[in-house]
Design a protein around this ligand. Structure first.
Ligand code: PHE
Length: 339
């Protein structure tokens, strides 16, 4: 029995070492430690070993089993490693990976989203209107007289059919009031067009953000509070706003709004950022004529409106020295705004 176990161990180690693939490995494993394997059979023979020899033979049997299972385990590990190495042959794992380029918003889009988000929190709904407009929506309904310089062909792009590219987003005030009864509270970002000479601060197409709030009890205090809150949200709690009297045909009184904040280059400088005012009753009258009802009865409803340029805001906020950089699509410029 003793010799039998020793030669069993030698044969097993030889067979295990000779194995080169998984099926062969399985055959050897079953032949030795399977349910009817040779080691299992040897165990059964223990019954016939004389009682006195049993402790010694039992110990030897245990050792042989440990040697064989150990050899099987390490051979299995070697086979797995060899298989992995075969799979990876021809692959150089030290080469750099393929970079995943995630997209990001254009800086103007990013800022526009942020602006709209602040007004939405105050209950303003997103609104829009067409870029190609009628003279009526762009000027007449907004109380702009026929001889006003903004209507000049030098300043405005006219189409051959008499329509035009809107010179401001105030047209969306009119479009909204034509179709919706008060209360209306809208924020309307969109393109505006002017026949300006293109330079560091002017493009022929730029972006405006228009706001309008009409109800029965809207006051100048609401206008001031709304814009002050907006600019504080955008530029920080230290932001100060100043309303300077101005003139627009469609608001009365009208103001230009100046802002001062550490985020805007710090300084003592007031920056002119928006136009605003209380909706002129003449505008409600034009809208009422068009609607044919008294939803915008100028004796009953009040409103405020404001508008500002997105590019100018972005230039100041991001320290961009030339407005043309926003439309050149130079990745070296744009990628600086990715987050
Ligand atoms: N539409 C004006 C402009 O383009 C801005 C403005 C909007 C002023 C609303 C008052 C009210 O300059």
């Amino acid at each position: 029995m003793r010799e039998e176990l020793i030669s069993l161990r030698e044969e097993a180690l030889r067979d295990i070492a000779a194995v080169t693939n998984t099926p062969a490995f399985e055959r050897v494993r079953i032949a030795y430690i399977g349910r009817a394997g040779r080691l299992t059979q040897a165990g059964e023979k223990m019954r016939h070993v004389p009682k006195d020899d049993r402790p010694e033979i039992g110990k030897l049997l245990h050792e042989v089993r440990q040697v064989i299972t150990g050899a099987l385990e390490s051979r299995a590990a070697e086979l797995r490693a060899a298989m992995e190495a075969a799979e990876l042959s021809g692959v150089d794992p030290t080469l750099p990976g393929v970079a995943f380029a995630a997209g990001y918003l254009h800086p103007l889009q990013m800022l526009q989203k942020q602006v709209v988000e602040i007004f939405r929190r105050m209950g303003f709904a997103l609104a829009e209107g067409p870029g190609i407009e009628t003279e009526w929506h762009c000027f007449d309904a907004l109380n702009t007289p026929p001889d006003h310089p903004a209507r000049n062909e030098q300043d405005t792009f006219y189409l051959p059919d008499g329509r035009l590219l809107r010179t401001h987003t105030s047209t969306v005030q009119i479009r909204t009031m034509e179709t919706q009864a008060p209360p209306v509270r809208i924020i309307a970002p969109g393109a505006a067009y002017r026949r300006d000479e293109v330079d560091a601060t002017h493009l022929a197409q730029f972006t405006q953000i228009e706001g309008l709030y009409v109800d029965e009890d809207v006051t100048l205090g609401d206008l001031k509070g709304t814009l002050e809150y907006f600019f504080r949200e955008l530029f920080g709690a230290d932001t100060r706003v100043r309303f300077r009297p101005h003139f627009f045909p469609f608001t009365e009184p009208s103001y230009e709004l100046d802002v001062r904040a550490a985020a805007l280059g710090g300084g003592e400088r007031w920056l002119e950022l928006a136009g605003c005012g209380m909706v002129d009753p003449a505008v409600f009258e034009r809208v009422s004529e068009r609607r044919g009802d008294d939803a915008y009865d100028s004796r009953r409803v009040r409103g405020f409106a404001f508008g500002f340029g997105l590019e100018r805001l972005a230039m100041i906020l991001f320290g961009v020295p030339d407005i043309r950089m926003f439309v050149e699509n130079d990745q070296r410029f744009l990628s600086q705004f990715s987050r």
